[in-house]
Design a protein around this ligand. Sequence first.
Ligand code: NIG
Ligand code: FE
Length: 424
Amino acid sequence: MNTTSNASSLLLYHASQLVTPIGNSLKHGKDMGKLEIIPDAAVYIEGDTIKETGPTGMLLKKHPLDTAGMESIDLSGKAIIPGFVDSHTHFVFGGYRPEEFMMRLSGAQYLDIMKMGGGIQSTVNATRNTPAETLFSDGFTRLNDMLSMGVTTVEGKSGYGLDKDCELKQLEVLNRLNKEHPVDVETTYMGAHAIPRDYPGGSSAYIEFMLKEVLPLVRDRKLARFADIFCEEGVFTTEESAKYLRVCKDMGFGTKIHADEIIPLGGGELAAELGCVSADHLLAVSDKGIGMLADSDTAATLLPCTAFCLHKPYAPARKMIDAGCAVALASDYNPGSCFTNSIPLIFSLGVIHMGMTIEEALCSLTLNGAGALKKAGAIGSIEPGKKADITVLAYPDYRFLVYHSAKNIVTMVIKNGKVCYPIG
Ligand code: NIG
Ligand code: FE
């Protein structure tokens, strides 16, 4: 590595492969598998932006290693791919739920634990009692861990307050993390994660409360770009979800929906009909839902680690891609249904158990993850004009992402044109 402290440009060269989807929007169906692969590749970066990519010989002629003010990094033996975009997480929370995990191992069902007052409500109690400073420092540590696995942009949801103050506290923490941590954090308001226990007037009164008393503050203080709802048996019905999301959209929020996670309620269909940015989970999506999503601009965000941890059948990724859906993969990192943020595990499950190709899985965690956050014009691929968010692998071939199963093979991460991992 040749570094000059005030360098304004950076040349990555002799990368054994540059592997990336190309484009500024979601890839649907078979287009997901079409990646550009440049052997012995170089990337020329100015500030935080990619200016040129191509064969090393070509870029070295234009930008010799002794160019004043230019840093350079020799990546011989290493493949480079876009930074990962984890487009669905709940990573700011208080407390843990290991006892629930043990109950599930003994046969208890996720929704039954929730009905008994455990589940999300138990993390709500803990998060309300956790100071913002602690949520921030825990969140910062979790972001470091994500960065070490090559994640350069992550979405984070509120939804463990289910009131005004604690929901705003979570969103403020997420926004502070976005400012102070190198990983970009995109924020989603998810007050509609559960109905607070014993809420007077039940779900319809709680929906009114969110729409009238919380969402206007979230919008005016610019605390979240997206609004999300858990459409599930015993939580919010399809009708309630439709009503809520329509108003959220009119208020200017991008909309997301936890859809068909456990019981097939038609959440996939609803997302396509309403023009949601993404429909997430879809373990139990119907054929009609698949068809409607394929014809829409809604990302179908699949969360393999949740199915793995809940011991449920995986979402039908192969069928969805063959039907023409734009599939994104994400972690769903949360303390309940899925206490893992493992990108390597997502790759292994996506390819080995859900029938995706490695190329489709790569697209789903980069460009389609970006599309699921309406950021595909800025991130998600390595091409001129995009932010210089690049993940460097310890091996010369991207296929090691699955071949070296469930193992983190990330050796370096460049975020906004700066080496951010390893730290220091
Ligand atoms: O996406 N399904 C709802 N929300 C999360 C789980 C949250 C929790 O259990 O704390 C999910 O699986
Ligand atoms: Fe979730």
